[in-house]
Design a protein around this ligand. Structure first.
Ligand SMILES: C[S@@+](CC[C@H](N)C(=O)[O-])C[C@H]1O[C@@H](n2cnc3c(N)ncnc32)[C@H](O)[C@@H]1O
Length: 265
């Protein structure tokens, strides 16, 4: 049965697969279309453990959010927040501390439409449709400013998203654009696809994603470490997502995602 798309608004090319909706498909969500499912199935053929990898990434996201709340962070700016699914950032954060506020940002219309619907009754959360590669625009958005006070520490989440930013867009400059507005004690939570463990398989999966409107660029540990210059990596450092504070997803030998939490000093 096809998903009813009438609520999604305009601006979606249903024939063009998109990473946000493919990710939703891996997670068992209903907010994806035939073209997304078709390409996701091709990705699953070259990387059969993709679903476990994505689950390991979500598991890391949950642990990192709880960790930030334990460290006293009460506000989250979630870049590339995705289509809402089980264990959304505001649900995890507010379960740990009800006063937590979350500004979600995504540039994909289905993610934005579904987030708006979900968050309509929660004054502590907002969704902004914007391109994270433009920090000035994101940081100035009234919907971001409504819930984030940059005089206080904030957790900037860039989880499973910077691999959609090509080198020519200078990802470290983008991160620096956010960092300069973040108060000392703030956190950066990052996860990122890598080809370090299985270069051939990662290359094959990247080739599949070339056919989406969101190509993926895996990065090495070395490259990611350089990208995090200006932030202080916190223990256990830049590790496989399954290893960040405990292996919670024993199904995956490695997630194929590097993960880290870093601080702004
Ligand atoms: C793989 S999903 C990750 C979702 C969530 N962060 C997680 O880890 O579960 C990546 C999300 O980033 C969004 N995205 C990709 N490029 C973006 C950009 N330039 N600006 C804003 N969002 C972007 C996609 O639309 C998608 O929803």
């Amino acid at each position: 049965m096809e998903t009813d798309v009438s609520w999604t608004g305009t601006g979606i090319d249903l024939d063009r697969p998109n990473a946000a909706r493919m990710y939703d498909y891996y997670l068992g969500g209903a907010f994806n279309f035939a073209a997304d499912r078709h390409l996701a199935e091709q990705a699953l053929q070259v990387m059969p453990w993709m679903r476990e990898a994505v689950a390991a990434n979500r598991s890391f996201l949950g642990r990192a959010v709880r960790h930030c709340v334990e460290q006293g962070i009460r506000q989250f700016l979630d870049l590339g927040s995705g289509i809402p699914t089980v264990g959304n950032v505001h649900e995890i954060a507010q379960a740990a501390e009800p006063s937590c506020r979350v500004a979600y940002v995504d540039n994909e219309p289905v993610a934005v439409a579904h987030s708006s619907h979900l968050l309509a009754d929660d004054p502590q959360t907002t969704i902004t449709q914007a391109d994270l590669r433009d920090p000035e625009q994101v940081l100035a958005a009234p919907t971001v400013r409504e819930v984030i006070d940059f005089a206080e520490p904030v957790a900037l989440l860039a989880v499973a998203v910077l691999h959609f930013v090509p080198e020519e867009r200078r990802p470290e400059e983008i991160l620096a654009g956010y960092r300069q507005t973040m108060a000392p004690g703030s956190r950066l939570v990052i996860s990122h696809v890598t080809a370090d463990h299985d270069p051939e398989q990662a290359r094959a999966a990247s080739r599949v994603y070339q056919r989406a409107d969101t190509p993926v660029l895996p990065r090495s540990r070395e490259r990611l470490t350089a990208m995090l210059t200006g932030f202080t990596l916190l223990a256990p450092g830049l590790v496989d997502a399954t290893e960040w504070h405990g292996v919670l997803n024993a199904d995956a030998e490695h997630a194929g995602f590097y993960a880290a939490v870093a601080s702004v000093d």
